[in-house]
Design a protein around this ligand. Structure first.
Ligand SMILES: C[S@@+](CC[C@H](N)C(=O)[O-])C[C@H]1O[C@@H](n2cnc3c(N)ncnc32)[C@H](O)[C@@H]1O
Length: 442
């Protein structure tokens, strides 16, 4: 598939996703927060009536609760979808789930050259297996792309900026294995201190970069790498500035731009692994800005960018608009972004993960039910003696925000949850039992 075909296909996919999100029955699911469902002024959207009763029933035909059965349906293979325990799920819901699955973007792995993995020779130095896997694949992918680009350009890339570097796992891998000079950027002092610790772990000698197994067959390497770390609040402007400053300070031969003796600008690799929310967009903004400069104006040129985004819920509000022709006026809300960060395919990877998912669903449901109780006019809302360690007060409208986090033990059963919530909010609801939970729904 050539570049134009794949761009057209992406635009088509996006148009289908926009149309799906704008369906009335889908739109209402995003528009109404679960905390509103048990309030007296909640009006059931007509599109929900086909499945609302079923969703609130305690599973009868199957031992699974309805949400769990629906989730199982969503991840089932085509053949499994006809199994008897899925028969009770309303067809309207099944159709929504089926369309959502069809619109899912492909998640198949890109092939990379795994020989680099076999050559690592280092230790994981505190990386989780997941992080180690991600770093492995990033390094292999970058190495291959650079090998390709070295065929078309004589100017080798050996400087990299790791944006949102965290504890600099990827930075160190680029330095030690691909012999890059790396600038790691992050705004967090805590991450910086973690990175310093990882660099010099107690009682362990760091292997000198030059003695680590190099990927010499993958990239022609004739040098050692280096790593500088800078704490900076990154946006497109500060990213460009930090990169230029670093290159000028580490390359004394660069000299002022614009002179007759002007050298070509330095090729730079930009990397980001899990660049949260708007950080990813800021990187692309910086990238396009820098690419627009001609080489006489710029100390450096982005040659390659390998960016993995994450945490869409952290996008700044102004970045939540789909600025494309096919957006059809769709504006993403906080609810869209929260849900975009969910990965239902992973919920059941292990029995433990499924338990965690059940707990997360319970938290959402019980907090919604609590909101319903707080808003009921017939309850005694008299303030409890306020625990000085907790936020107190009797303004219920804002209750769920003020409730903040409760620890997992508070969700062991409804009575415990109710007691913990009343204590935290400093109110007395005059209720304590499971009957009250069910009464909210009546
Ligand atoms: C999910 S972590 C990933 C860390 C690292 N790349 C990794 O994969 O281990 C995202 C990092 O980006 C940093 N970060 C997020 N937004 C930032 C910003 N605007 N400026 C600087 N750092 C930022 C956070 O402090 C955090 O360390």
């Amino acid at each position: 598939m050539d570049h134009r075909e794949s761009t057209d296909q992406d635009a088509d996919n996006l148009a289908h996703i926009v149309a799906f999100l704008q369906r009335k029955d889908v739109e209402t699911c995003f528009a109404i927060h679960p905390n509103r469902l048990a309030s007296a002024d909640f009006v059931l959207p007509s599109d929900w009536s086909a499945w609302w009763g079923w969703a609130g029933s305690i599973g009868q035909e199957s031992k699974d609760e309805p949400w769990l059965n629906l989730w199982r349906y969503s991840v089932a293979s085509l053949e499994e979808k006809d199994l008897p325990h899925f028969l009770s799920i309303p067809q309207e819901l099944k159709t929504l789930v089926d369309i959502a699955r069809q619109l899912q973007l492909p998640r198949s792995m890109i092939h990379t050259d795994d020989t680099i993995k076999a050559r690592r020779g280092g230790n994981s130095n505190g990386m989780s297996p997941k992080k180690e896997h991600e770093v492995e694949r990033m390094v292999a992918f970058i190495s291959e792309r650079l090998r390709e680009s070295s065929n078309v350009s004589s100017k080798l890339v050996h400087r990299a900026i790791d944006i949102g570097a965290g504890q600099a796992y990827l930075s160190r891998a680029l330095r030690d294995r691909l012999h890059f000079d790396v600038l790691a950027l992050d705004w967090s002092d805590v991450q910086y201190r973690g990175a310093v610790k990882k660099e010099n772990p107690k009682g362990r000698k760091r292997t000198a970069p030059s003695t680590l197994a190099a990927s010499a067959e993958l990239l022609p390497v004739h040098r050692n790498g280096s790593l500088d770390y800078k704490t900076v609040d990154i946006n497109s402007t500060t990213l460009l500035r930090a990169t230029t400053d670093w290159l000028e300070s580490t390359n004394s031969d660069l000299g002022p731009r614009g002179g007759a003796e002007q050298q070509a600008s330095l090729p730079v690799l930009l990397v980001a692994l899990h660049a949260c929310g708007s950080l990813t967009l800021d990187i692309f903004r910086a990238l396009t800005q820098q690419l627009k400069l001609n080489s006489a104006q710029s100390v450096w040129t982005p040659r390659l960018a390998v960016i993995v985004g994450c945490c869409y819920n952290m996008l700044r509000p102004e970045d939540r608009v789909l600025q494309i022709d096919r957006s059809n006026g769709l504006v993403l809300t906080a609810n869209h972004l929260q849900l975009a960060a969910q990965t239902p395919d992973h919920w059941g990877l292990t029995a433990h993960k499924l338990l965690e998912t059940s707990l997360a669903i319970r938290k959402v449901a019980w907090r919604g039910l609590l909101e319903g109780l707080l808003l009921r006019p017939d309850h005694d809302h008299s303030p409890l003696p306020v625990d000085p360690k907790c936020e107190g007060g009797s303004q219920f409208r804002d209750a769920s925000r003020r409730l903040g986090r409760l620890n997992d033990a508070a969700y062991a059963d409804w009575d415990k949850f109710l007691a913990a919530a009343q204590q935290k909010l400093g109110v007395h609801l005059g209720v304590s039992g499971t009957n009250e939970r069910d009464a909210v729904l009546a």
